[in-house]
Design a protein around this ligand. Sequence first.
Ligand code: ES4
Ligand code: ZN
Length: 326
Amino acid sequence: ETLMTLAEKMPKTELHLHIEGTFEPEQMFALAERNQIPLKYSTVEDLKAAYQFTNLQDFLDLYYQGMSVLLKEADFYDLTMAYLTKVHQENVVHVEIFFDPQGHLSRGVDFEPQISGIYKALKEAEEQWGMTSKLIMSFLRHLSEDSAFETLELAKPYLDWIDGVGLDSSEIGHPPEKFARVFKACQELGLKVTAHAGEEGPADYVWQAIDLIQVDRIDHGNRALEDEQLVKQIKARNLTLTVCPLSNLKLCVVDDLTDHPIKHMLKLGLNATVNSDDPAYFGGYMVDNYHALIKESDLSKAELHQLAKNSIVGSWMSADTKQRHL
Ligand code: ES4
Ligand code: ZN
Protein backbone atom coordinates (compact mmCIF):
# COMPACT_ATOMS: atom_id res chain seq x y z
CA GLU A 1 0.00 0.00 0.00
CA THR A 2 1.33 3.40 -0.93
CA LEU A 3 1.56 6.27 1.52
CA MET A 4 -0.89 8.17 -0.67
CA THR A 5 -3.49 5.41 -0.24
CA LEU A 6 -2.75 5.11 3.46
CA ALA A 7 -3.40 8.85 3.88
CA GLU A 8 -6.85 8.37 2.35
CA LYS A 9 -7.77 5.23 4.23
CA MET A 10 -6.54 5.92 7.73
CA PRO A 11 -9.20 7.17 10.17
CA LYS A 12 -8.40 10.75 11.17
CA THR A 13 -9.96 13.90 12.59
CA GLU A 14 -9.97 17.47 11.40
CA LEU A 15 -9.36 19.98 14.21
CA HIS A 16 -8.81 23.25 12.36
CA LEU A 17 -11.52 24.08 9.86
CA HIS A 18 -13.42 27.34 9.31
CA ILE A 19 -16.82 26.39 7.93
CA GLU A 20 -16.97 29.68 5.98
CA GLY A 21 -13.66 28.63 4.40
CA THR A 22 -15.30 25.59 2.80
CA PHE A 23 -17.40 27.79 0.52
CA GLU A 24 -16.65 26.49 -2.99
CA PRO A 25 -17.07 29.09 -5.76
CA GLU A 26 -19.83 27.07 -7.48
CA GLN A 27 -21.87 26.87 -4.29
CA MET A 28 -21.16 30.55 -3.57
CA PHE A 29 -22.63 31.57 -6.92
CA ALA A 30 -25.64 29.29 -6.38
CA LEU A 31 -26.42 30.82 -2.97
CA ALA A 32 -25.80 34.35 -4.28
CA GLU A 33 -28.44 33.64 -6.89
CA ARG A 34 -30.83 32.03 -4.40
CA ASN A 35 -30.52 35.01 -2.02
CA GLN A 36 -30.36 37.66 -4.74
CA ILE A 37 -27.08 39.07 -3.47
CA PRO A 38 -24.59 40.46 -6.00
CA LEU A 39 -21.03 39.14 -5.99
CA LYS A 40 -18.03 41.25 -7.02
CA TYR A 41 -17.05 38.66 -9.60
CA SER A 42 -19.15 37.79 -12.65
CA THR A 43 -18.03 34.18 -13.08
CA VAL A 44 -16.64 31.28 -11.07
CA GLU A 45 -13.45 31.59 -13.14
CA ASP A 46 -13.02 35.28 -12.28
CA LEU A 47 -13.49 34.51 -8.61
CA LYS A 48 -11.02 31.61 -8.66
CA ALA A 49 -8.49 33.79 -10.46
CA ALA A 50 -8.58 36.15 -7.47
CA TYR A 51 -7.37 33.40 -5.12
CA GLN A 52 -3.77 34.50 -5.16
CA PHE A 53 -2.70 35.71 -1.78
CA THR A 54 0.52 37.20 -0.49
CA ASN A 55 -0.47 37.22 3.17
CA LEU A 56 -3.29 36.46 5.64
CA GLN A 57 -5.06 39.81 5.16
CA ASP A 58 -5.27 39.36 1.37
CA PHE A 59 -7.14 36.14 1.96
CA LEU A 60 -9.35 37.48 4.76
CA ASP A 61 -10.62 40.28 2.50
CA LEU A 62 -11.97 37.67 0.05
CA TYR A 63 -13.14 35.33 2.81
CA TYR A 64 -15.39 38.03 4.32
CA GLN A 65 -16.74 38.91 0.86
CA GLY A 66 -17.49 35.27 0.14
CA MET A 67 -19.47 34.70 3.31
CA SER A 68 -21.70 37.70 2.54
CA VAL A 69 -24.13 35.49 0.58
CA LEU A 70 -24.92 33.36 3.64
CA LEU A 71 -28.22 34.60 5.04
CA LYS A 72 -30.60 31.85 6.10
CA GLU A 73 -30.44 28.72 8.20
CA ALA A 74 -30.64 26.61 5.01
CA ASP A 75 -27.51 28.36 3.68
CA PHE A 76 -25.49 27.43 6.77
CA TYR A 77 -26.89 23.91 6.67
CA ASP A 78 -26.06 23.42 2.97
CA LEU A 79 -22.54 24.79 3.42
CA THR A 80 -21.85 22.51 6.39
CA MET A 81 -23.40 19.42 4.79
CA ALA A 82 -21.31 19.87 1.63
CA TYR A 83 -18.13 19.94 3.73
CA LEU A 84 -19.09 16.96 5.88
CA THR A 85 -20.02 14.88 2.82
CA LYS A 86 -16.62 15.58 1.31
CA VAL A 87 -14.53 14.69 4.35
CA HIS A 88 -16.64 11.64 5.17
CA GLN A 89 -15.39 10.24 1.85
CA GLU A 90 -11.83 10.89 3.07
CA ASN A 91 -12.29 8.77 6.21
CA VAL A 92 -12.47 11.73 8.54
CA VAL A 93 -14.29 10.25 11.54
CA HIS A 94 -14.59 13.38 13.70
CA VAL A 95 -14.48 17.12 13.01
CA GLU A 96 -14.08 20.20 15.21
CA ILE A 97 -15.21 23.17 13.19
CA PHE A 98 -15.02 26.92 13.71
CA PHE A 99 -17.68 29.40 12.79
CA ASP A 100 -17.30 33.18 12.82
CA PRO A 101 -20.61 34.58 14.19
CA GLN A 102 -19.39 38.19 14.09
CA GLY A 103 -18.78 37.91 10.35
CA HIS A 104 -22.52 37.31 9.95
CA LEU A 105 -23.95 39.43 12.79
CA SER A 106 -22.25 42.48 11.27
CA ARG A 107 -24.32 41.89 8.11
CA GLY A 108 -27.61 41.59 10.00
CA VAL A 109 -27.72 37.79 10.15
CA ASP A 110 -28.87 36.64 13.59
CA PHE A 111 -26.99 34.11 15.70
CA GLU A 112 -29.87 31.61 15.59
CA PRO A 113 -29.96 30.76 11.87
CA GLN A 114 -26.16 30.48 11.81
CA ILE A 115 -25.83 28.00 14.60
CA SER A 116 -29.03 26.06 13.86
CA GLY A 117 -28.03 25.42 10.27
CA ILE A 118 -24.54 24.29 11.22
CA TYR A 119 -25.72 22.20 14.17
CA LYS A 120 -28.41 20.38 12.18
CA ALA A 121 -25.86 19.32 9.56
CA LEU A 122 -23.46 18.10 12.28
CA LYS A 123 -26.18 16.01 13.93
CA GLU A 124 -27.26 14.56 10.60
CA ALA A 125 -23.69 13.49 9.81
CA GLU A 126 -23.57 11.75 13.18
CA GLU A 127 -26.86 9.92 12.55
CA GLN A 128 -25.99 8.95 8.97
CA TRP A 129 -22.33 8.04 9.29
CA GLY A 130 -21.43 8.07 12.97
CA MET A 131 -19.20 11.04 12.28
CA THR A 132 -18.88 12.95 15.57
CA SER A 133 -18.14 16.64 15.96
CA LYS A 134 -17.47 19.63 18.17
CA LEU A 135 -18.49 23.18 17.37
CA ILE A 136 -16.13 26.06 18.15
CA MET A 137 -17.31 29.65 18.18
CA SER A 138 -14.46 31.87 17.07
CA PHE A 139 -14.03 35.53 17.98
CA LEU A 140 -12.70 37.92 15.33
CA ARG A 141 -9.58 39.44 16.87
CA HIS A 142 -9.61 42.58 14.69
CA LEU A 143 -12.86 43.55 16.46
CA SER A 144 -13.08 44.85 20.03
CA GLU A 145 -13.22 43.04 23.35
CA ASP A 146 -16.72 44.51 23.79
CA SER A 147 -17.86 42.95 20.54
CA ALA A 148 -16.54 39.55 21.68
CA PHE A 149 -18.41 39.89 25.01
CA GLU A 150 -21.62 40.82 23.13
CA THR A 151 -21.20 37.74 20.94
CA LEU A 152 -20.74 35.55 24.02
CA GLU A 153 -24.05 36.92 25.39
CA LEU A 154 -25.81 35.96 22.15
CA ALA A 155 -24.31 32.48 22.37
CA LYS A 156 -25.50 31.80 25.93
CA PRO A 157 -28.88 30.23 24.93
CA TYR A 158 -26.95 27.76 22.72
CA LEU A 159 -24.17 26.65 25.05
CA ASP A 160 -25.34 23.02 24.79
CA TRP A 161 -24.35 23.14 21.13
CA ILE A 162 -21.01 24.90 21.59
CA ASP A 163 -17.98 23.00 22.87
CA GLY A 164 -15.30 25.64 22.72
CA VAL A 165 -14.22 29.09 21.62
CA GLY A 166 -11.42 30.22 19.36
CA LEU A 167 -9.68 33.36 18.16
CA ASP A 168 -9.07 34.07 14.49
CA SER A 169 -8.71 36.76 11.79
CA SER A 170 -5.88 39.32 11.47
CA GLU A 171 -3.22 38.23 13.95
CA ILE A 172 -0.56 40.92 13.91
CA GLY A 173 -1.55 43.87 16.11
CA HIS A 174 -4.25 41.83 17.87
CA PRO A 175 -2.44 39.74 20.49
CA PRO A 176 -4.23 37.19 22.68
CA GLU A 177 -3.97 39.49 25.73
CA LYS A 178 -6.64 41.71 24.14
CA PHE A 179 -9.14 38.91 24.84
CA ALA A 180 -7.87 37.52 28.15
CA ARG A 181 -11.01 38.58 30.04
CA VAL A 182 -13.39 37.21 27.39
CA PHE A 183 -11.68 33.83 27.43
CA LYS A 184 -11.75 33.74 31.22
CA ALA A 185 -15.52 34.25 31.08
CA CYS A 186 -15.77 31.45 28.50
CA GLN A 187 -13.76 29.07 30.67
CA GLU A 188 -16.01 29.84 33.62
CA LEU A 189 -18.92 28.69 31.43
CA GLY A 190 -17.15 25.36 30.89
CA LEU A 191 -16.03 26.03 27.32
CA LYS A 192 -12.77 24.71 25.90
CA VAL A 193 -10.39 27.32 24.51
CA THR A 194 -8.09 27.50 21.53
CA ALA A 195 -6.50 30.42 19.66
CA HIS A 196 -4.73 31.04 16.37
CA ALA A 197 -1.19 31.97 17.36
CA GLY A 198 2.15 32.02 15.63
CA GLU A 199 0.71 31.84 12.12
CA GLU A 200 2.01 35.29 11.13
CA GLY A 201 2.42 36.61 14.66
CA PRO A 202 5.56 36.16 16.79
CA ALA A 203 6.36 33.47 19.37
CA ASP A 204 5.34 35.99 22.05
CA TYR A 205 1.71 35.66 20.91
CA VAL A 206 1.94 31.91 21.51
CA TRP A 207 3.29 32.60 25.00
CA GLN A 208 0.33 34.92 25.58
CA ALA A 209 -2.12 32.27 24.39
CA ILE A 210 -0.64 29.86 26.93
CA ASP A 211 0.01 32.16 29.90
CA LEU A 212 -2.81 34.69 29.61
CA ILE A 213 -5.54 32.58 28.02
CA GLN A 214 -4.63 29.10 29.23
CA VAL A 215 -5.46 27.59 25.85
CA ASP A 216 -6.26 23.88 25.53
CA ARG A 217 -4.82 23.87 22.00
CA ILE A 218 -2.88 26.13 19.62
CA ASP A 219 -4.00 26.77 16.05
CA HIS A 220 -1.01 26.89 13.68
CA GLY A 221 1.83 27.60 16.14
CA ASN A 222 4.45 27.61 13.37
CA ARG A 223 6.48 30.43 14.85
CA ALA A 224 6.65 28.75 18.26
CA LEU A 225 9.65 26.89 16.82
CA GLU A 226 11.63 30.14 16.98
CA ASP A 227 11.71 29.90 20.80
CA GLU A 228 13.28 26.88 22.47
CA GLN A 229 11.76 27.62 25.89
CA LEU A 230 8.35 27.90 24.28
CA VAL A 231 8.75 24.51 22.60
CA LYS A 232 9.55 23.05 26.04
CA GLN A 233 6.46 24.69 27.50
CA ILE A 234 4.19 23.35 24.73
CA LYS A 235 5.58 19.87 25.39
CA ALA A 236 5.28 20.19 29.16
CA ARG A 237 1.62 21.13 28.78
CA ASN A 238 1.07 18.50 26.09
CA LEU A 239 -0.62 21.08 23.84
CA THR A 240 -1.73 20.01 20.40
CA LEU A 241 -0.80 22.20 17.41
CA THR A 242 -3.33 22.29 14.57
CA VAL A 243 -1.09 22.86 11.57
CA CYS A 244 -2.36 23.68 8.07
CA PRO A 245 0.22 22.97 5.35
CA LEU A 246 -1.61 24.13 2.20
CA SER A 247 -2.91 27.19 4.07
CA ASN A 248 0.66 28.12 5.02
CA LEU A 249 1.74 27.73 1.41
CA LYS A 250 -1.09 29.83 -0.05
CA LEU A 251 -0.68 32.60 2.55
CA CYS A 252 3.09 32.68 2.09
CA VAL A 253 3.69 31.68 5.72
CA VAL A 254 6.16 29.16 4.22
CA ASP A 255 7.99 29.28 0.87
CA ASP A 256 7.36 25.60 0.05
CA LEU A 257 6.45 22.34 1.79
CA THR A 258 9.85 20.68 1.54
CA ASP A 259 10.99 21.89 4.93
CA HIS A 260 7.62 22.53 6.54
CA PRO A 261 7.54 23.25 10.31
CA ILE A 262 5.28 20.23 10.89
CA LYS A 263 8.25 17.93 10.14
CA HIS A 264 10.28 19.73 12.80
CA MET A 265 7.37 19.63 15.24
CA LEU A 266 7.16 15.84 14.89
CA LYS A 267 10.92 15.47 15.35
CA LEU A 268 10.69 17.59 18.50
CA GLY A 269 7.96 15.27 19.81
CA LEU A 270 5.23 17.89 19.64
CA ASN A 271 1.63 16.83 19.14
CA ALA A 272 1.24 18.30 15.65
CA THR A 273 -1.77 17.58 13.43
CA VAL A 274 -2.67 18.10 9.75
CA ASN A 275 -5.70 20.25 8.93
CA SER A 276 -7.17 22.12 5.97
CA ASP A 277 -8.13 25.52 7.52
CA ASP A 278 -10.07 27.01 4.56
CA PRO A 279 -10.01 24.24 1.94
CA ALA A 280 -12.09 26.00 -0.72
CA TYR A 281 -9.56 28.85 -0.79
CA PHE A 282 -6.30 27.00 -0.24
CA GLY A 283 -6.56 24.24 -2.82
CA GLY A 284 -7.41 21.18 -0.82
CA TYR A 285 -9.25 19.24 1.83
CA MET A 286 -7.73 16.87 4.41
CA VAL A 287 -6.34 14.23 2.07
CA ASP A 288 -4.93 16.90 -0.26
CA ASN A 289 -2.99 18.31 2.69
CA TYR A 290 -1.59 14.88 3.57
CA HIS A 291 -0.79 14.17 -0.10
CA ALA A 292 1.04 17.49 -0.49
CA LEU A 293 3.18 16.68 2.56
CA ILE A 294 3.92 13.16 1.29
CA LYS A 295 4.94 14.47 -2.13
CA GLU A 296 6.89 17.52 -1.05
CA SER A 297 8.34 16.80 2.35
CA ASP A 298 9.28 13.13 2.20
CA LEU A 299 6.94 12.11 5.00
CA SER A 300 7.55 8.58 6.30
CA LYS A 301 4.96 5.94 7.09
CA ALA A 302 5.72 6.30 10.80
CA GLU A 303 5.20 10.05 10.59
CA LEU A 304 1.92 9.54 8.75
CA HIS A 305 0.66 7.19 11.46
CA GLN A 306 1.83 9.61 14.12
CA LEU A 307 -0.10 12.47 12.50
CA ALA A 308 -3.33 10.44 12.38
CA LYS A 309 -2.84 9.38 16.00
CA ASN A 310 -2.12 12.96 17.04
CA SER A 311 -5.37 14.05 15.40
CA ILE A 312 -7.30 11.62 17.63
CA VAL A 313 -5.37 12.42 20.80
CA GLY A 314 -5.54 16.19 20.21
CA SER A 315 -9.30 16.23 19.68
CA TRP A 316 -11.83 17.14 22.33
CA MET A 317 -13.55 13.75 22.15
CA SER A 318 -14.07 11.96 25.48
CA ALA A 319 -11.28 9.63 26.61
CA ASP A 320 -13.57 6.66 25.87
CA THR A 321 -14.26 7.78 22.32
CA LYS A 322 -10.57 8.44 21.68
CA GLN A 323 -9.77 4.93 22.86
CA ARG A 324 -12.26 3.54 20.36
CA HIS A 325 -10.39 5.24 17.52
CA LEU A 326 -6.84 4.40 18.61
C1 ES4 B 1 -8.16 32.03 8.93
CL1 ES4 B 1 -5.95 30.90 7.85
C2 ES4 B 1 -6.77 31.90 8.98
N1 ES4 B 1 -6.06 32.61 9.87
C3 ES4 B 1 -6.68 33.43 10.70
N2 ES4 B 1 -8.00 33.59 10.71
C4 ES4 B 1 -8.73 32.90 9.83
N3 ES4 B 1 -10.07 32.86 9.61
C5 ES4 B 1 -10.29 32.01 8.61
N4 ES4 B 1 -9.15 31.51 8.18
ZN1 ZN C 1 -7.53 29.00 10.81
